[in-house]
Design a protein around this ligand. Structure first.
Ligand code: NAD
Length: 294
């Protein structure tokens, strides 16, 4: 299939490479020429503009930092939508707010182009290994059409409902993740201060009701889980600034439907404090550093 891919950062570079490995004809564009050249070495055609990446493509995948980038890449004069043929599909895999993708889907509809959301979880490791989970917001027919393409980049392809619901799933998952990590950090720090060996506390939590991915796989206390970012100075993993961005999306989305997000707002402030300390590039489990224990 002829696929245009726009946004070759930490995630997109691996995803585009996997589409090439899956046998697709991939044309790429990014503002960063070094990122473009790397994909060129792996067999991608290099486009000179967003429009050039879109022209002639049956599907365009976007993997961009935030909603403003997605909106401008899709709707600019020489952008994706104005350069696609009727019947083509845009798959946005960036993490953005549900409202923006719904508006872009309406703009696409007027031109006969499908715009769907398919944000991912699995991080850069999953992107490289081709094992991402895709949360798809689309019609059933669009989902059936894009699933074979998404299978080239991921393992679990989940249809969440109509357009925007992929983003809803993504931000609600990361809302609970940000909160459980902050809670686990608080409990681990308190336990250590009160004199229990953090290894013992971690193993009790993991066989008790305090268990979560944050306690078991990514425990924030250094040394408790040898493979966790906390055991390598919080390097790698999921950046605190990305968690801050996702909690901002969750609290904004809550505001849009006039629902309180008590825990999300507090967690957002915790990651904001971490970021303000200059620690936004560390794994988000470094939120434990706010307790002065690691
Ligand atoms: P990134 O910043 O590494 O990459 C974004 C890329 O987009 C960059 O290469 C940048 O040059 C390019 N770009 C920006 N504006 C552009 C434009 N107008 N035209 C062409 N290219 C442009 O980001 P990332 O870590 O790859 O994340 C991408 C998205 O995926 C984000 O929305 C993020 O929240 C989400 N996400 C990231 C992870 C992760 O672990 N990094 C995990 C899940 C989801």
């Amino acid at each position: 299939m002829k696929i245009g891919f726009i946004g070759l950062g930490h995630m997109g570079s691996h995803m585009a490479a996997n589409l090439i490995k899956a046998g697709h004809e991939v044309t790429v564009f990014d503002l960063n020429t070094e990122a473009m050249n790397k994909l060129g070495e792996q067999g991608a055609t290099l486009a000179i503009s967003i429009g050039a990446a879109a022209r002639g493509s049956e599907i365009v995948v976007t993997m961009l930092p935030a909603a403003a980038h997605v909106r401008s890449v899709l709707t600019a004069e020489d952008g994706v939508l104005s350069n696609l043929a009727q019947g083509a599909t845009v798959i946005d895999s960036s993490t953005i707010d549900p409202q923006t993708i719904r508006e872009l889907a309406k703009a696409g509809e007027l031109l006969g182009v499908s715009v769907v959301d398919a944000p991912v979880s699995g991080g850069t490791g999953g992107a490289q290994a081709g094992t991402l989970t895709f949360m798809v917001g689309s019609t059933q027919e669009q989902y059936d059409r894009i699933t074979p393409v998404l299978k080239g980049m991921g393992k679990n392809i989940v249809h969440c409902g109509g357009v925007g619901t992929g983003q809803v799933a993504k931000i609600c998952n990361n809302l609970v993740l940000g909160i459980t990590m902050a809670g686990t950090a608080e409990a681990m720090a308190l336990g250590a201060k009160l004199g229990i060996d953090p290894h013992v506390l971690g193993s009790i939590m993991n066989t008790s009701t305090g268990r979560s991915w944050s306690s078991e796989v990514c425990n924030p206390y250094p040394g408790v889980v040898s493979t966790a970012p906390a055991s390598r100075e919080y390097s790698g993993g999921f950046g605190a600034d990305l968690m801050l961005k996702d909690l901002g999306l969750a609290t904004d989305a809550a505001k849009s439907v006039k629902q309180p997000a008590f825990m999300g707002a507090l967690a957002q402030q915790l990651y904001q404090a971490l970021s303000t300390q200059g620690r936004g590039g560390l794994d988000f489990s470094a939120v434990v550093k706010l307790y002065d224990c690691a």
